[in-house]
Design a protein around this ligand. Structure first.
Ligand code: AMP
Ligand code: ZN
Length: 493
């Protein structure tokens, strides 16, 4: 059997991955809290675990992998955002605002992650649909002495679980010293965390043995993974920022509820996407959304195809911090243009074994990409296509961008240029050609009357719209560069 090795955060070693049941390989990944557009950092785990999902499907069969990623659609941050909307004039009751906010955010999330070529997980449970299972698990934890109810709250008794802190390698006392743990009158110990808390009448809430209330965040994942994957499953993933306290708390809850089962076998954590050395996050305000990039609303100013964003993630191993840079995006856009041109019309063969082996070595995506370059170089285009598609690149779904290089047709150009030089109206070519030729004609005129300020302005304008112009003795040659932006070009007219 083909061997996959994965770095397991739990044991801090790279281990051979053997599924509990090869007929049903099971993976749970913590999903987003839905109140806002996903930023570029939030998309990193999506792409990382999508590659793992694709690899597992390749090795164990498409129908033999169950991938669960939740939506946290009940949370204080959601309530706070809805309250802001109400304060800003939204007249609907708070619960209605929350409903439409979470529904809309989920639709955005789907659209944005689809644009990155991420397959939809097998199951995407919404926390609010599993409240009954959460209440049951909390009751079980109380019955087993691991939780207690006080003043409408239920708290997990952290000191009742001896292995608490093992995943992140901290002792409870270290954690108390280092973490911002909330001291509250209803807590036996400041480390204890909330399983259930009361809700006011205007906030979402469910009847429970402890009164009307809502679940804490951590119990959501323990209950949903249990319901959909069972007491034990193969892989649990998420960003490294979730390791403590979220995953530590999930482990404590699940291990205390089902002590024999062992919960998740492999824990995998992606490192952070950074901006100038700091984690990209909403609270630091140093973020841009996936949608911003797709639509060109970022400092680079050009629309970045989803395929390009996906490829940028793959050039860094998931366990390393990474930066988004425009340079990387340009580079991979050029590579994708080349590969798409090379493989156009090719039939996908089998993924190359070297690509599979790179991925099987703890998801070495950068190594897999290096193998793709080799295949391109060796002109094995059917191997390149199949191997790239294993990574979710060069797929039909992601083909919808302007990747075809403008092949400059010298004869057509010379004719066009002759017309330009002759100051004739340009009538041939499509709309973009006409716009570019018109600007080149104006530049020509400006040069002739030695108005170099104006001719430089046109040159800079074309450059900023992503039109690459090269002056040759025969006249100006041009093509649409990787950052070509038709809207900007229109703006120059
Ligand atoms: P949240 O909606 O904040 O709970 O985050 C959803 C997912 O995005 C979690 O798996 C986080 O670990 C992950 N995440 C958040 N910020 C970043 C970042 N800057 N880089 C990589 N992953 C992140
Ligand atoms: Zn979780």
């Amino acid at each position: 059997m083909f061997e996959i090795r994965l770095y397991n955060t739990k044991t801090r070693t790279k281990e051979r991955f053997e599924p509990i049941d090869p007929d049903n390989v099971r993976m749970y990944v913590c999903g987003p809290t839905v109140y806002d557009r996903a930023h570029l950092g939030n998309a990193r785990p999506v792409v990382v675990f999508d590659v793992l999902f694709r690899l597992l499907r390749q090795v164990y069969g498409e129908d033999h992998v169950t991938y669960v990623r939740n939506f946290t659609d009940v949370d204080d941050k959601i309530n706070a955002r809805a309250a802001e909307m109400k304060a800003a004039g939204d007249a609907r009751p708070l619960e209605k605002i929350i409903h439409s906010l979470t529904d809309e955010t989920i639709a955005w999330y789907h659209a944005d992650m689809d644009a990155l070529g991420a397959l939809r997980p097998t199951k995407e449970p919404r926390a609010t649909e599993w409240i009954g299972a959460m209440i049951e698990m909390i009751e079980d934890l109380i019955a087993k002495g691991h939780a207690y109810a006080k003043d409408g709250h239920v708290l997990f008794r952290v000191r009742s679980y001896k292995d608490y802190g093992k995943l992140s390698g901290r002792s409870v006392d270290d954690m108390i010293a280092g973490a911002r743990v909330e001291v509250a009158p209803f807590k036996e110990d400041p480390m204890d965390f909330v399983l259930w808390k009361p809700s006011t009448d205007d906030l979402p809430g469910w009847e429970s043995p402890w009164g009307r209330g809502r679940p804490g965040w951590h119990i959501e994942c323990s209950a949903m993974s249990h319901e959909l994957l069972g007491e034990t499953f193969d892989i649990h993933g998420g960003g490294i920022d979730l390791q403590f306290p979220h995953h530590e708390n999930e482990i404590a809850q699940s291990m205390c509820a089902h002590p024999e089962a062992g919960f998740a076998r492999f824990w995998m954590h992606n490192e952070m996407l950074q901006v100038e050395g700091r984690k990209m996050s909403k609270s630091l305000g140093n973020f841009f959304t996936v949608r911003d990039l797709l639509e060109g609303n970022w400092s680079g100013g050009w629309k970045v195809p989803g395929e390009v964003i996906r490829f940028v993630y793959m050039s860094t191993h998931y366990s390393k911090p990474m930066d988004w840079t425009e340079e990387k995006a340009r580079e991979v856009a050029a590579t994708l243009r080349k590969w798409r041109t090379q493989t156009e019309g090719a039939a996908a063969g089998e993924p190359h074994i070297a690509v599979l082996e790179a991925l099987a070595d703890d998801l070495n995506t950068a190594g897999a990409v290096a193998e793709l370059h080799q295949l391109s170089h060796a002109q094995d285009f059917s191997g390149l296509l199949a191997s790239a598609q294993l990574l979710g690149l060069l797929t039909e779904e992601l083909a919808d961008w302007d990747w075809r290089p403008r092949v400059f047709d010298r004869t057509v150009h010379i004719k066009a240029h002759a017309r330009v030089a002759a100051n004739a109206r340009v009538v041939s070519g499509d709309h973009i050609d006409q716009l570019v030729l018109e600007l080149l004609r104006k530049r020509d005129e400006a040069r002739q009357r030695k108005d170099y300020t104006f001719s430089d302005q046109i040159r800079d304008g074309l450059a900023s719209a992503g039109v690459v112009v090269k002056d040759t003795p025969k006249g100006a040659e041009w093509e649409l560069g990787p950052n070509f932006d038709p809207a900007k070009l229109e703006g120059l007219g």
